[in-house]
Design a protein around this ligand. Structure first.
Ligand code: ADP
Ligand code: MG
Length: 361
């Protein structure tokens, strides 16, 4: 296990990159602490796989260094980096049995047969594949192939880091949920550094202690699931995390007095900076219907089980509220209130309100 440091990392797939848009990774400086459970979360194409492949050595970065426990490994090939990587689609040997597949990474390293048998049994139990051990891998369903592929990633206990690149894509939803909690449990048991790449917020938030959110080749926020939910540093994080995501509403800022469609809005703290495009960020969880609020007309009501999502229109702006209990009907007039300590200002996308000391996050 090791601390992994990415220093001034940039990568372009083009031979002669010009502007920032030519870079798949723009400028990454990041420490992955030894033993951490990390998720790398972002939409498709934002650079997640590129980053993983640079850590594992499958890809040489255009610029910057990679350190394992302060040792520079940038020029080392993958097999000398001591990393386990699980890919989106199964990588297993069809002609071998499940048992042989699981044993392979250990045998390759000259581990004693007794120890191999022990580890294979442990992993097989964890993944619930004991009864398949003597089946040839070519006979397995895609689900089970991927489970074995994950098992191969987990079987060694001497790796610097285990990296999963969207490993549950081919797994059916029910099993997905189970494997996700298994991985979390496993991390707590072995305390290996794990990096779990996904575009699915639920997967990221259930697995990780720390979530690294990426957009367009850049890291926009690193934080615990609660921090990302409560105080998004960027409107992108607000949108991307939450169901539905944060309301991001065009606002007017005149010298720190912020208004939304003519109504003064109380914010969590003093406004910082000046100029730029100003927006209010408020999560639907913290929008309530009250007697004395901003007048709006209900445009849509969706019952989503435990609560309802009410959409109401103020001028030309739609605001979502999560409401428990009785909900108004479509077309009704309501009044919206924003909980001040959960109402933030954003300037050109980035948070621009001071956090109150003693606040929870
Ligand atoms: P993610 O894993 O987040 O979906 P990727 O790291 O695969 O994103 O891709 C990041 C960007 O780099 C995308 O714009 C993608 O098209 C581009 N890219 C990825 N792999 C290659 C490649 N081998 N050659 C050229 N461009 C690539
Ligand atoms: Mg990818």
């Amino acid at each position: 296990m090791a601390k992994i440091t990415l220093s001034n990392l940039r990568h372009s797939y083009l031979p002669r990159p010009q502007g920032a848009e030519d870079y798949a990774l723009k400028e990454i400086d990041l420490d992955w602490e030894d033993g951490g459970a990390y998720a790398l979360l972002g939409p498709s194409g934002c650079g997640k796989s590129t980053l993983l492949n640079i850590i594992s050595g499958l890809l040489q970065p255009s610029e910057g260094r990679i350190l394992f426990d302060d040792r520079d490994v940038t020029d080392l090939p993958p097999d000398q980096r001591n990393i386990a990587q699980v890919f989106q689609f199964p990588v297993i040997y069809d002609t071998m049995t499940v048992r042989e597949n699981l044993a392979f990474p250990l045998r390759n390293r000259g581990v004693a047969e007794g120890r191999i048998a022990e580890r294979v049994a442990e992993i097989a139990e964890m993944l619930e594949v004991e009864e398949m051990l003597d089946i040839r891998a070519s006979h397995l369903s895609p689900d089970n192939k991927q489970k074995i592929s994950m098992g191969r990633g987990l079987v060694r206990d001497d790796v610097n880091v285990v990296m999963f690149d969207e490993p549950l894509t081919v797994i059916d939803p029910h099993l997905k949920w189970k494997l996700r909690s298994k991985l979390k449990e496993l991390h707590q048991r072995v305390r290996a550094t794990m990096i779990y790449v996904t575009h699915d917020q639920t997967e990221a938030l259930t697995f990780a202690d720390q979530v690294v959110v990426m957009q367009d080749g850049e890291i926009v926020q690193i934080g615990t699931p609660v921090e990302l939910f409560e105080r998004p540093q960027h409107t992108f994080v607000g949108h991307f995390i939450g169901s539905p995501g944060m309301n991001v509403l065009a606002a007017e800022d005149s010298g720190g007095k912020v208004t939304f469609h003519g109504h003064t809005v109380a914010l969590e703290g003093a406004v910082t900076g000046a100029g730029g495009t100003t927006q209010i960020g408020i999560r639907p969880e913290f929008v309530t219907l009250s007697d004395a609020g901003i007048e709006a007309r209900v445009s849509k009501v969706a019952d989503v089980g435990r609560h309802s999502v009410v959409e109401a229109v103020v001028g030309d702006t739609s605001v979502k509220a999560i409401i428990e209990g009785d909900v108004p009907g479509q077309g009704e007039t309501v009044h919206l209130a924003f909980r001040p300590d959960q109402t933030r200002l954003y300037r050109d996308g980035w948070i621009a309100t001071e956090q109150q000391t003693g606040a929870r996050s």
